[in-house]
Design a binder for this molecule. Structure first.
Ligand code: SAH
Length: 355
């Protein structure tokens, strides 16, 4: 074991060279950005007194960061659960390490159950964070059942090879849609994941609307707000469709624009995050791309190959030219060589060919 720092907390985690499911208790330092964004998102919502569930807590890092870093009044009660005895032992040690008293503390409940039983035996939560190793599929049903009205469901998927089309059959089986392995596969995969979660919610008359979505390294992440009602569910289902010979996918918005503004604004002024350049750049890119309602983005290298464009000018220049034509254009967090825009492909090719 070793003691490390993440965000504002200390953490005891297994010493290991390789991040794998076989770790005694799972901890992946690369996922700190996933937790940073969760903290910022919860702080940016107009919600207080939340009942929070962390059903797959592992070392407890996420919950402990919530307890230490969220604005006062955000948490009414937090449930920290893992079916592994070793994990629960470590969660208790990590709470103590951060001077959080969990005995006789009405705000904190530690559980050692199967995540589905834990969720189903509960009376519901305002925030559920499904952050597994691999696919979130085994937990979607109970999470959708127990997310409260206007509650937020957060879902991570690390099985991106299925969602992005390395294994199309695996995607069909697990996510009920055909992926496409091409230049924009990460966005297609994310939209396939969103639709799958929405279909599970639809069964329980819950319309799950994405408010913040992204892919990073080898995972995908989405936050959805749950709205109750049959008509709202139809509105969601109407926005499922094929795109670019893949799908069905979610064709609606990936972000709530105002929330993206707020998250960025909170990040740049937050003690813990204001010097985290990678995080701030990432959130800034999303803030700008969230303003453009387009499905998919343009990969400039891919397009210049396909249309035999010999020399590309700088991305900044290309974006400016697109804007001069009256369209929107921004970078995209999905890819460095990508541009999100509402311009059509033919017009874009003209721009790239300097016509
Ligand atoms: N959310 C954690 C990482 C979780 S790794 C973080 O932010 O660091 C996945 C964890 O889920 C492991 O600790 C594993 O023991 C636990 N787990 C897997 N299947 C489970 C199940 N069915 N019920 C409860 N816990 C489970």
């Amino acid at each position: 074991m070793q003691i490390i720092n993440e965000g504002s907390i200390k953490l005891k985690v297994p010493k290991t060279g390789k991040i794998s499911k076989k770790m005694e208790v799972f901890y992946n330092p690369v996922m700190s950005l996933n937790r940073d964004i969760s903290v910022l998102l919860l702080d940016s919502l107009d919600k207080n007194n939340m009942q929070i569930a962390d059903p797959l807590a592992a070392s407890g890092v996420r919950s402990i960061r919530f307890l230490k870093e969220l604005n006062k009044g955000k948490i009414k009660k937090i449930w920290i659960n893992d079916y592994s005895k070793n994990a629960v032992r470590l969660i208790k040690q990590n709470l103590a390490l951060n001077k959080i008293n969990c005995k006789n503390n009405k705000k904190i409940k530690i559980n050692n159950e199967d995540a589905n039983l834990f969720l189903l035996n509960s009376s519901g939560f305002d925030y559920i964070d499904i952050d597994p190793f691999g696919t979130p599929n085994p937990f979607l049903d109970s999470a959708c059942k127990r997310i409260s009205r206007e509650g937020i469901l957060a879902v991570t998927a690390t099985d991106t090879s299925a969602l992005c089309g390395t294994f199309p059959k695996a995607c069909l089986r697990k996510y009920w849609a055909m992926p496409k392995r091409d230049a924009i596969m990460h966005e297609t995969g994310l939209r396939i994941l969103i639709r799958k979660i929405q279909l599970v919610g639809a069964q329980y008359d819950k319309a799950l609307v994405p408010i913040f979505s992204y892919t990073k390294e080898h995972y995908m992440r989405v936050f959805l707000v749950s709205e109750k009602g049959k008509n709202k569910v139809y509105e969601i289902l109407k926005q499922h469709g094929d795109f670019n010979n893949a799908g069905p996918i979610w064709t609606g918005n990936l972000w709530d624009k105002n929330l993206c503004n707020k998250i960025y604004k909170n990040a740049i002024s937050h003690e813990i995050f204001k010097n985290n350049k990678e995080l701030l750049e990432f959130l800034k890119t999303i803030k700008y791309e969230s303003k453009i309602d387009s499905i998919g983005f343009y990969d400039l290298h891919d397009i210049s190959d396909k249309y035999s464009i010999k020399k590309l000018c700088k991305k900044e220049e290309i974006k400016n030219k697109i804007k001069k034509l009256g369209h929107q254009a921004s970078d995209t967090h999905f890819k460095g060589e990508g541009i999100r825009s509402d311009i059509g492909i033919n017009k874009l090719v003209d721009v790239l060919k300097n016509k």
